[in-house]
Structures are given as structure tokens and as C-alpha cells.
Design a protein around this ligand. Structure first.
Ligand code: SF4
Length: 197
């Protein structure tokens, strides 16, 4: 096995430079996948379902994603702590953009370091984050090219990633209940990851 510490330490430093609240390195085989989370994109139907190349049904099914994961050794998971008032407002879109950009930047940094098949993923829809004001996802159009290839990444939950279990593995507290009236200064988080191997 390669000495990943030479690669990982700079990547972790880079993640903190990009503003993440925390970052953890986990065995890729531990990334929890459950069909029910991909099903949540369909029932109740997410407004982004089918509207971008990075969301179901245009991404891997959970069963395919499990097989895909077998080609990786590690997963770098990161999160941004965000006040609930922001997560429950239209400003969530700004956070989502930063999340996607962070996944993309760390993926590209890993590739530059020699991990050629590094692959970044982010929570939430890139259609919502980047292309809300465009009628159509350009990657699904006849042009077949994403407008934001250096920033937008595929949806983690769309492939069945279980955020609650992932949070436990990473040692992050996660309250799955979305508060109706958030307590001032209380925070939730948004997470992304980069597969390495
Ligand atoms: S063009 Fe790219 S960023 Fe925009 S919705 Fe399609 S895949 Fe997402």
C-alpha cells in the first residue's frame, strides 16, 4: 500500500484552508450506502430529480455505487457547520455552492498529487446550487457539457450515502430532526467527500 500520509496531510490542510469545519479520513469500505436514501429523491419527489446530470436517475444506483467504491482505499469526508437559519433559507444555495467547490478543489488537488482517480462528491443538487436560473442542465442537453465542470459534483445522497451513519463514523453530532423554529446560533451541517485510491 502506498504511503498516503504524504498525500493526506496536505489535503487535510488544504481542506481547512478552504474553510471546512472538520475533515476525517475513513476506510472507503466503511462509507455507508442505503437504498432508502436514494429513494428519498423520488418519494417525495425532489424538485431536482431528473433535472441535472449529477442527480438521480443520471447517477449510479446505490448497488452500482457500492461496487464502484471497491476501487478506492480511502474517503476524505468534510463538513461545513452552518446555522440552521441559513440552512432553512435561500442562502443554503450559497453554502451548497461552496460545498461543491470544496469537493471539486480537493479532488483536483488529489489528482495533481498523483491520485489519478480521486473523485469528489457533495451533498445537494448542483442544479439548485449553480444552474437554478438556467432552464436546463447543459450536461443533459445536446451540448452534453457541464457549465461548471471545475465546481459542480455529483450528489452523495442520490447514490444512497447514509449521512447519519457517516456522521457517527466521523465523530460528528448530527440531529436528523429539522427544527421548525431553530434556536438562535444552533447549527446543522452540510458534507461532502473525496474518494481516494
Ligand atoms: S450544467 Fe453542470 S452544474 Fe449545471 S445542472 Fe448540469 S451538471 Fe449541474
Amino acid at each position: 500500500m502506498e504511503d498516503y500520509s504524504v498525500l493526506i496531510d496536505p489535503l487535510i490542510s488544504r481542506a481547512f484552508t478552504l474553510g471546512v469545519s472538520d475533515v476525517k479520513l475513513l476506510d472507503a469500505s466503511l462509507l455507508p450506502i442505503d437504498e432508502k436514501f436514494a429513494d428519498f429523491c423520488k418519494e417525495p419527489l425532489c424538485p431536482s430529480h431528473g433535472r441535472s446530470k449529477s442527480c438521480p436517475p443520471h447517477v449510479m444506483e446505490p448497488s452500482e455505487f457500492r461496487k464502484y467504491l471497491q476501487g478506492f482505499l480511502w474517503v476524505l469526508v468534510f463538513k461545513f457547520d452552518v446555522p440552521w437559519e441559513v440552512l432553512l433559507s435561500d442562502d443554503r444555495r450559497d453554502v451548497s455552492r461552496v460545498l461543491h467547490e470544496t469537493a471539486a478543489t480537493l479532488e483536483m488537488a488529489a489528482i495533481e498529487s498523483g491520485v489519478k482517480k480521486a473523485k469528489g462528491f457533495a451533498g445537494g443538487s448542483c442544479k439548485e446550487a449553480f444552474c437554478k436560473d438556467y432552464g436546463q442542465c447543459q450536461a443533459l442537453s445536446s451540448e452534453q457539457v457541464c457549465r461548471f465542470p471545475d465546481a459542480a459534483r455529483q450528489s452523495m445522497s442520490g447514490m444512497g450515502v447514509d449521512f447519519k451513519t457517516l456522521s457517527t463514523l466521523a465523530g460528528w453530532q448530527m440531529d436528523t430532526r429539522i427544527p421548525k423554529d431553530p434556536i438562535p446560533d444552533s447549527t446543522g451541517f452540510m458534507a461532502g467527500c473525496v474518494l481516494l485510491g
